[in-house]
Design a protein around this ligand. Structure first.
Ligand SMILES: [Zn+2]
Length: 235
């Protein structure tokens, strides 16, 4: 089971909101310039920056040739100005928040209570969660990375990913048994209408464990660009 962190730690407290930006660095300056220029031509709005996450002791040597760490791709953090409140202390990219809100209303009209369990998580918060949970379970960073995204490698830091639960079946929250709920079946049937896709389906080629509760928004140019590498595993 992954991402199974206590709910209490999942909301964003203002003190955890990072003030400092990670500098843009990836695979040598030349590549960044080329990618940046092409992206600037394609996307008039600023896109999420490409970053090399801070090295984690014992993990940095495990990066695959496409930059993955045990299946997880590196992700930059959303711009503060793109994040809006979705209630309960949670934030999300405004494009995803809008689609999520429409999706929840549609589910409600069908008698399905879609609950948001977690949305945007800053890299700083992901770091705290990753290392706290790791020490609680007495796992090595490497063991933990097999079931949870290390800081700098979580889709949640983009502001486009959300963990969903069934309000009538809280016992299945963040559990693979969520796929037995009405909410999950409804999502399977309707989520793509709202441009949400399951990031880590059962047996995914990307090599991340099955997370029926974790959905990402792919309904804007910026979101598509963000998940371009990951989507190659689902084509
Ligand atoms: Zn998640």
């Amino acid at each position: 089971m992954s991402d199974d962190i206590p709910l209490a730690t999942r909301t964003l407290s203002p003190s955890l909101k990072p003030r400092r930006r990670t500098p843009m660095l990836l695979l040598g300056g030349g590549a960044v310039v080329v990618v940046g220029t092409a992206a600037a031509l394609l996307f008039p709005r600023p896109i999420a920056r490409l970053v090399t996450p801070p090295p984690l002791a014992g993990l940095d040597a495990r990066l695959s040739s496409d930059g993955r760490l045990l299946g997880h791709f590196p992700y930059a953090e959303a711009n503060d100005s793109d994040l809006i409140s979705i209630g309960h202390g949670m934030l999300m990219h405004h494009d995803a928040a809008d689609a999520l809100s429409r999706m929840r209303r549609a589910a409600d009209a069908d008698g399905v209570d879609l609950r948001v369990l977690s949305a945007f998580r800053s890299i700083a918060l992901q770091k705290q969660i990753f290392f706290d949970v790791k020490s609680e379970r007495n796992q090595s960073a490497l063991e933990r990375a097999q079931v949870s995204a290390p800081p700098g490698f979580s889709e949640h830091s983009t502001g486009f990913a959300v963990d969903l639960g069934d309000g009538r079946r809280p016992d299945t929250d963040l559990s693979q048994s969520f796929d037995q709920t009405r909410a999950f079946r409804w999502l399977q049937e309707h989520a793509n209408r709202f441009h949400f896709a399951l990031s880590f389906p059962e047996g995914n080629e990307q090599g991340v464990s099955y997370e029926p509760w974790h959905w990402r928004f792919e309904g804007s140019a910026e979101a598509l660009k963000t998940f371009d590498a990951a989507q190659r595993y689902q084509r």
